[in-house]
Ligand binder design. Structure first.
Ligand code: HEM
Length: 393
């Protein structure tokens, strides 16, 4: 089917003038003594961004066209989402001072397309990562700043590797954990997690803290679409990370804390990811499968596969620690601590105050590391039991 020419024109604008205007605004903010200040700077550019985007949106809304296939509708949703996120970043809208979005046409378009796809009416991580189609080497972004592109590219690589690991573990479910052929899949998962650790180390070492904090992160703030406020996208909005949690058995679908989190993120995922996650919630975890066969600990298959399973768990725990103790700490917690108290609002993608968000991220980290904690569900003792059985055999 033919993609609407209006959708194509909007896409060209997003990839061209939109990026140029955002980049220029970022340079202007960044030159100020107070880099967090946005209001009263670059007003003519902000008005251009708002008005040029509006013309495209009104055209698409009139066309009422969300039916050119998944790809086209998904791209329109992403583009209108990038536009609204930029308006939020430049303080042309702010959910704290409004009861509804001051951009009713963009809201209508996003709500119409989002509902038709079964996704939240805003841009999601997949728009900028796994489904960010490059044209002649250039993928979509808010700006052309080196640090934003680095962030997008390394996030994408990390997500792809986590998906590979999740895919490999899912295949083990169908083979059964005692199947000798599972070794190859544990091997794939292990290499993929080693890749994630490598990409995250590279990101940690090369991303500029100030540029990320002041010029990239603000595009991921929550904003209103119509009346409701939607949280920002984050690199975790794909099913693979939760498939790993559930398949390894480190988090459980019957734990209300964890399942609340899954329900919250469902609509931020691609419909295909939503289906994968739902299916995964019905599987028995590999940890429970292995513990259920612990009386066979001396068997060759058990020693090989349980050992490989434990290696994958250790790598996953290292990834969780790295995300929290290196990336979140260096790029969010530390620069936020240097801000004046008045500037600390609206720092996070999901909306809660930073200390609250950090505590919830810590809980996730500790679940994934199977930390020895008794104030939250942790598989620490179960993993120790498995380790002891493998070592004794
Ligand atoms: C500069 C680098 C990064 C920073 C500062 C960062 C920070 C954060 C923050 C603050 C959140 C919580 C979002 C919110 O609710 O506000 C989050 C979520 C998440 N991020 Fe990152 N992140 C970074 C890179 C990555 C990368 C490269 C990956 C994947 C390879 C990743 C995976 C996740 C996941 C899976 C979540 C959802 C929570 C969870 O399930 O752990 N992040 N990140």
């Amino acid at each position: 089917m033919q993609v609407s020419t209006r959708a194509e024109a909007f896409d060209r604008w997003i990839r061209g003038p939109f990026v140029a205007i955002n980049t220029e605004l970022e340079e202007q903010y960044f030159r100020q003594p107070d880099r967090a200040r946005v209001e009263g700077i670059g007003d003519a550019l902000k008005a251009r961004l708002r008005d040029e985007g509006h013309v495209h949106i009104v055209g698409l809304l009139e066309e009422g066209n969300t039916g050119d296939g998944f790809r086209s509708a998904f791209d329109v949703l992403g583009n209108v989402g990038l536009y609204l996120a930029a308006l939020r970043r430049h303080e042309l809208t702010n959910p704290a001072r409004e009861e509804r979005s001051p951009f009713p046409e963009a809201s209508s378009l996003a709500l119409h397309v989002g509902a038709s796809l079964g996704m939240a009416p805003r841009f999601a991580t997949s728009h900028l990562a796994t489904h960010n189609r490059a044209i002649d080497g250039t993928r979509k972004s808010f700006t052309s700043l080196r640090d934003e592109l680095l962030f997008i590219d390394e996030n994408t690589r990390g997500i792809l590797a986590l998906q590979t690991a999740a895919d490999a573990l899912t295949r083990i479910v169908h083979l059964g954990v005692s199947n000798p052929a599972a070794d190859v899949l544990f091997g794939t998962a292990k290499r993929a997690l080693e890749d994630v650790l490598r990409f995250n180390t590279r990101l940690f070492e090369s991303l500029d803290v100030e540029r990320f904090f002041y010029c990239v992160r603000p595009y991921y703030k929550p904003y209103r679409v119509g009346r409701l406020e939607y949280r920002g996208a984050n690199a975790g909005d794909f099913s693979g990370i939760n498939e790993l949690d559930l398949l390894l058995g480190l988090c459980r679908a019957n734990d209300p804390y964890y399942t609340n989190l899954l329900v919250d993120k469902m609509s931020f995922m691609l419909p295909a990811d939503q289906a994968r996650l739902r299916e995964c919630m019905t599987f028995t975890s590999l940890l429970d499968e292995l513990l259920g066969s612990i009386e066979h600990a001396a068997a060759g298959w058990f020693r090989t596969n349980a050992r490989a399973f434990l290696e994958v768990c250790d790598l996953f725990g290292q990834y969780a620690a790295q995300h929290h103790d290196a990336l979140v700490k260096r790029f969010i917690e530390e620069p936020a601590a240097r801000l004046s108290p008045g500037s600390q609002q609206g720092l996070t993608a999901s909306g809660p105050p930073l200390p609250v968000l950090l505590r919830s991220l810590e809980v996730l980290r500790d679940m994934r590391m199977a930390a020895p904690r008794t104030d939250m569900p942790s598989r620490h003792d179960d993993l120790q039991r498995l380790r002891a059985a493998v070592e004794a055999s």
